[in-house]
Write a protein that binds this ligand. Structure first.
Ligand code: SF4
Length: 419
């Protein structure tokens, strides 16, 4: 019997990386101690097809630093699955791009996290911005569909409209955006993270840019921690009647694989609490069907689906549908899921009640891949003074709108929104 619960897998094929990103959740750089052999990886490809996976995105580290990466890509394609890739783009020349095309890689997302200086600072390597755009060009020449992805944090947010213009001009047709959250290296650099109350200035900006992107043919894809249920939700998620966040999909429709064969319901989730098993110990079908770590979202739509909620999310009118937003985001702030401080509806509701929310680190992460620390949530009056010595604080007046934006309207709230 073909098992069709999960259709999409994101596979970290190596942790080796040629960048050193300040926000890297997996703390990539060196290979993991026991990465899958070629034989094991090719067997896993067969198992992915067998459980009904339709699409696999290869990631790293940097996926192309693994010697057999194109053999794996070819096997994915031959097994009838769509093969995509996410890359930092440092070093994909035209020859590599052609070989990727031959291997069947259909779509590539290149990370662009700021204008040149910000991108290079965040990515920890000079010329990484130049290389990202060279790579975009090489992939396009080879006939591969190219999109971009951007992390939104206190360094990149002021440049968000300019980033859009650069990737549009480079010919990207899709743009995935997500908020940087405190996992791995980002947990050690928490001053670059947006504060929850700063989302009040972030979302109108995202909406204004996304509205224009839609008109100009760039498809904005909100990542799992973008939202939820604010005035811009429907437009951001596609503009159709059911275009709104419908809860965490880890283990429901998505699967994450670490380079040593650990299987999780989502690639971003912390390793220890969310690994159902290792492919070296159990077959994939068993891990998916029988482990609680891959089944924790199966109660969606029933009372069990909200049992894990606590704090503000437990009281929320959208709780049943939302289930506390992105599990990864909630977990890395508070060391357990169920209460998500990165929520637009929450920030708006708290602001109406004159409350401002901030997070302050109370326990540092211990330095392993996909680890997290723990934050305290501070609720204070909006008029209360903000901490001094916080030079990266984000507010609307820091956003760089070039002249081309002057005629671009701010989005009007949509009927049925929470504000
Ligand atoms: S407060 Fe929590 S449950 Fe409510 S919309 Fe936000 S993330 Fe979802």
């Amino acid at each position: 019997m073909t098992y069709h619960r999960i259709t999409y897998a994101v596979w970290e094929i190596t942790l080796k990386c040629n960048l050193a990103c300040q926000h890297c959740g997996s703390r990539a750089g060196n290979t993991r101690a026991k990465e899958l052999s070629t034989e094991e990886a090719l067997d896993l490809v067969k198992q992915l097809a067998d459980v009904g996976i339709k699409e696999v995105t290869l990631i790293g580290g940097e996926a192309f630093l693994r010697a057999d990466w194109l053999e794996i890509a070819k096997a994915i394609t031959s097994a009838g699955m769509l093969c995509g890739m996410t890359t930092g783009g440092f070093g994909i020349n035209l020859d590599t791009a052609h070989r990727m095309k031959e291997a069947g890689i259909k779509v590539v997302s290149v990370s662009v996290d700021g204008l040149e200086a910000t991108h290079d600072r965040l990515r920890g390597r000079q010329n990484s911005w130049q290389w990202a755009f060279k790579t975009i060009g090489n992939l396009q020449k080879a006939g591969i569909f190219v999109g971009c992805n951007t992390q939104i944090n206190r360094l990149s947010a002021p440049e968000f409209p300019c980033i859009y213009e650069r990737i549009r001009d480079a010919g990207a047709k899709a743009w995935q955006i997500q908020l940087t959250v405190p996992m791995g290296n980002a947990a050690d650099n928490s001053d670059i993270l947006l504060q929850p109350h700063e989302l009040l200035d972030v979302y109108p900006m995202i909406a204004r840019v996304a509205h224009r992107a839609k008109r100009e043919g760039v498809h904005v894809q909100p990542g799992n921690n973008i939202g939820y249920y604010g005035p811009e939700e429907r437009m951001l998620r596609g503009g159709e009647a059911f275009s709104f966040w419908q809860g965490c999909s880890a283990g429901l429709s998505a699967l994450g694989i670490e380079a040593d064969g650990a299987i999780k319901g989502c690639p971003s989730l912390p390793t220890t609490p969310y690994t159902g098993g290792n492919i070296r110990d159990y077959d994939l079908r068993t891990i998916i069907e029988e482990t609680e770590e891959l089944r924790f979202n199966l109660g969606a739509g029933t009372p069990k689906g909200t049992e894990h909620l606590w704090g503000f999310c437990k009281t929320c009118e959208f709780a049943e549908l939302c289930r506390g937003g992105c599990s990864w985001t909630a977990h890395v702030f508070f060391d357990k899921r169920g209460n998500n401080p990165y929520c637009h509806h929450r920030a708006l509701t708290q602001a109406k009640n004159n409350i401002r929310e901030r997070v302050v680190i109370k326990r540092r992460a211990d330095g392993k891949p996909f680890d997290n620390g723990e934050f305290s949530l501070i609720e204070e009056a909006i008029q209360a003074p903000l901490p001094e010595n916080d030079p990266l604080r984000f507010s609307a007046d820091k956003i760089q709108w070039s002249e081309s934006w002057h005629s671009e309207p701010l989005m009007a709230p949509l009927v049925g929104s929470s504000n």
